[in-house]
Design a protein around this ligand. Structure first.
Ligand SMILES: NC(=O)CC[C@H](N)C(=O)O
Length: 222
């Protein structure tokens, strides 16, 4: 799939995303935010990092860019939109996904590998996924919050869990509501997640040889 990986000033993960998308044979390229034309693409990825230095709140400045207007158009047209970590923060700041990503409960930057329960498999991103995935997180503002528990439970796609896929409070690294690690929109064509699938794509450099991130990224393949 013709896929754009949008780079803002401060984005850091675009090369890793590009390499992982090449593994799944996506027709992907990195595009600077001020050069992005949504009509050229069927899919878009907002990678992780620190867009505009995480000033104000992580993702808030990028969310107000022309590029994100284009991403909103793509989302409304049913095209695939994936936001990873800072990309997820941008999607919620832009109102493309519901809720907010607050500072981690311990007010620290947390970096570790986590197990994830795939709660919903009726999204294009997860329909052929395993039930439990192993991926790393690395963030300071990842505590998912929504002022409506019922909708939060409906839109939750991924939850921090134990090795067997059971969401427990011990497995919650940042204090997210209902252990939420990733959510979708009403059309299910947008996914935002705090864990980094691109960092769990190369068996040779993953603990346990995890390439579980490809379960999410392969939707852009072909
Ligand atoms: N890995 C990232 O994308 C960093 C996320 C974000 N800027 C934070 O610290 O919360």
């Amino acid at each position: 799939m013709r896929t754009a990986i949008i780079k803002f000033p401060g984005t850091t993960c675009e090369m890793d995303v590009l390499k992982a998308l090449k593994l799944v044979k996506a027709d992907a390229e990195i595009v600077l935010f001020n050069k992005f034309d949504p009509d050229h693409y069927q899919g878009v990825v907002l990678p992780g990092g620190f867009s505009f230095g995480d000033y104000l709140r992580a993702g808030s400045i990028a969310a107000n860019s022309e590029a994100i207007k284009g991403v909103k158009e793509m989302a409304n047209e049913g095209k695939l939109v994936l936001g990873i970590c800072n990309g997820f923060q941008i999607l919620v700041e832009a109102g493309i996904l519901k809720g907010a990503l607050l500072p981690n409960l311990n007010l620290r930057f947390v970096t570790k590998w986590v197990w994830l329960r795939v709660k919903r498999k009726d999204t294009p991103f997860t329909k052929e996924s395993k039930d439990v995935l192993f991926m790393p997180i690395a963030h300071a503002e990842g505590r998912y919050f929504l002022d409506d528990e019922e909708s939060a439970s409906e839109i939750a796609v991924l939850q921090y869990a134990d090795e067997r896929g059971v969401p427990t409070s011990e497995a919650n690294p940042n204090g997210s509501l209902m252990n939420i690690a990733g959510i979708t929109n009403e059309g299910e064509n947008v996914l935002g997640l705090m864990p980094h699938p691109e960092r769990a794509s190369f068996r040779s450099i993953s603990p346990n040889g995890s390439s579980d991130g490809l379960h999410i990224l392969k939707v852009f393949g072909g």
